[in-house]
Structures are given as C-alpha cells and as structure tokens.
Write a protein that binds this ligand. Sequence first.
Ligand SMILES: Cc1ncc(COP(=O)(O)O)c(C=O)c1O
Length: 401
Amino acid sequence: MPLTSPWRADFPALAILESQGQTYLDSAATSQKPQALIDALTGYYTCGTANVHRAQHHPGERATRAFEDSRIKVARWLNAACPTEIIFTRGATEALNLLAYGLEHLITAGDEIVVSALEHHANLLPWQQLAKRRAAKLVVLPLDERGIIDLEAAASLIGPRTRLLAVSQLSNVLGAWQPLAELLPLAKAQGALSVVDGSQGVVHGRHDLQALDCDFYVLSSHKLYGPEGVGALYGRGESLLKLKHWQFGGEMVRVADFQHADFHAAPLGFEAGTPPIGGVIGLGATLDYLSRLDANSIDRHELALHSALRIGLAEREGLRLLGDPQLALVSFTVDDIHHGDLAHLLTEQGIAIRSGTHCAQPLMKSLGVEGAIRVSLGLYNDGVDLQRFFEALDQALEMLR
Ligand SMILES: Cc1ncc(COP(=O)(O)O)c(C=O)c1O
C-alpha cells in the first residue's frame, strides 16, 4: 500500500521544506501548520486587532467573540462538560506550572506526589519543586520493559499519603500510550487529584476527558498543528474550584483596592494579562480544520506510517529501539555510534529529526542511554519521507562504521 497523505497539501510549509531538500520528521517537537490556520491568523491580523474582555468597541467585541469561540472549540475537541473548564495558557509547561502553584496549598509535609519514570521535564520539575517547597515526597512509578507504567507497582505506590498523580498520556520518548484508564482510578480511590500531560497524546486520535475522568489535562497548541505560545488547561468543574490564583494582574480581578483584591473564578481568574489572542483564535481555526478530517482515516494512516518506520528500523543491524513504541514516534540508539554523530549526518542530508535526551534526562538515565535519535510523525508525513529517511540513515551508518 503506498503511504500517501491526503492532507499533505493542506500544509504549505511541507512543499517549501521539500524544495529546500528538507524532510520533516520532528512533529513531536512541533508540527507544521495548516493553511486554514494561516488564513485565520491573516484574517485576524488584517481585519483589526483588539484586546479581549475589556473593550466595548466593535473590534474588541469581535476579538472577544472569536477568542471565546475558541474556548468552545477546545472544550468540544476534548469533550469537556463546559467551555468554562478550559483555561488558556502559553503552553503545556505554563499549564503544569499553574497547577503546581495553584494546588500547592493542598500539599503538606510528608504528603506524596506521584509521577512516572517517563515524564518530560515539564511534568516532572514543577512537581519536584513543589515537593521541595512543601517538604513532600516525590514518588516515581516504574515502567515495564515496553515503556508502560507498571500497574502492579503503581497499585502499591499510590497510597493514603498520595495527594496528586501527574502522568503523561503518550510518552514523547517511548511512543507508548499509558494505561490511564487503570491508573487514574487508583489515585481517585485515595482521594488524590489526577493531572494528565496530554501534550503528545492529544495530537493522535480523538479524546473524551469526561470518560477519562481526570481532574486536569494539559496540552500545547503548537504540537496539535496550531500556533506557538498557546496552551490549554482543562480542569473538571469541581477540581478547578480547588485551584488558588497564581498570576495576578489585569482582567483576572473582580474588584481591587490598595490592600485587597477579589478574583474571578476560572477560566478568567487564571488568564491574567493580555492573552495570546491571535494564537487562541488560530488554535480554534486549527481545530475547525482537524474536525473536518476523517479521524478514522488519520488513525489508519498514522498507524501504517508508524509500522513502516518500526519495520524499517528493525531491519537495520545494531539499532536498539527504546521501549515498544506504539504510535507517533520511535526513539533509537545504534551500537557503538554516538547519537550526536548520527544526527549530524542525518541533518546534513536534510533529515529533520531530534537527538539528545528529549527533555527526559531521568528517563534516559534509567534506560542506561546518554541520548537517542527520535523520529516523529505528523498526519502529513508519507512513504516518501520514510524512504528519504532510510536512505539517509543507511548512508550515515555506512560512513560511521
Ligand atoms: C510530553 C510533553 N510534555 C510537555 C511538553 C512541554 O510542551 P511545551 O514546551 O509546548 O510547553 C512536551 C514538549 O515537548 C512534551 O513532549
């Protein structure tokens, strides 16, 4: 079956990159953008910008309406119960820091915050630092050999002192879906809150946060084919009530005098200052575009592409895959070859992949590797991209051996 992507032409940058001899296989870091987003941004910036939630003039009303429409679109995309459960942030990292500060008052000395061994620094360091501030303990769930959180170990490590569980949906290094349906109830049974880092997961398949039953979920727009500088934090209605305000300034306050202030509830109370208005509107347009595509066809395409990538890598001698990747990306090392040297030669041949520790240094250490090459896929990649990658890989390996 030829691996063609019917959506490739919707992403104009790919043709330009191709004309420059570049093959883009780094979508887990950030994705290329659809024409629908570019059109929406052009429309917004050419029709007159205005700040949101404050101006009574017509451009202000128009910007506010478009901004709030995006909130509805994100809520719909995640199947949140209500748009007010969506807080716009500047990315997944900011959303996780918001949570680590907003929930700090619930953590006392000796409490336990549980993360997994595969977390991106963005879903590790905010909790590590929170644990330090509150003299709490950071508990790390181990993985099995496939790179999946070990549920038996989790059942024994999540206990009465657990106040919070923060785990990824899909690993940015191992490409493995995590067993959230089994894991989250373990936290809930102990009265602990759950935070899901959906940065990688949200890009693949369709998601239903009401069914997932997490307290909080974070995403970054730029990985989901949307603009940079925008993220979203979902919080279940009653879980949002537990959050303390963390950034202070304009528009998040109801009344203020020199000594006191009274703040808005979520979402506005957590969106201090001027938000990334164009970006939020662009994210809405991106979700409109994605909603028009056939989700089953995308799933089939992404699986076929991933399987071809895995098979091709398995055919090459001396390559070691990290874990048992299921979708979206594959990370690997090569016996006796430094990942940096290989990445250098791939880059020279126009292959855009990532090498290093992928913002997951503790995971790399526990896997016993210094770093790895990561190839990651978007819905626009095709068989030609893979062919170019494998040709470049073979050439690089030949040179290095
Ligand atoms: C799993 C995971 N979590 C969090 C992040 C942080 O996302 P951002 O840098 O967009 O805030 C990333 C980015 O690579 C990621 O892969």
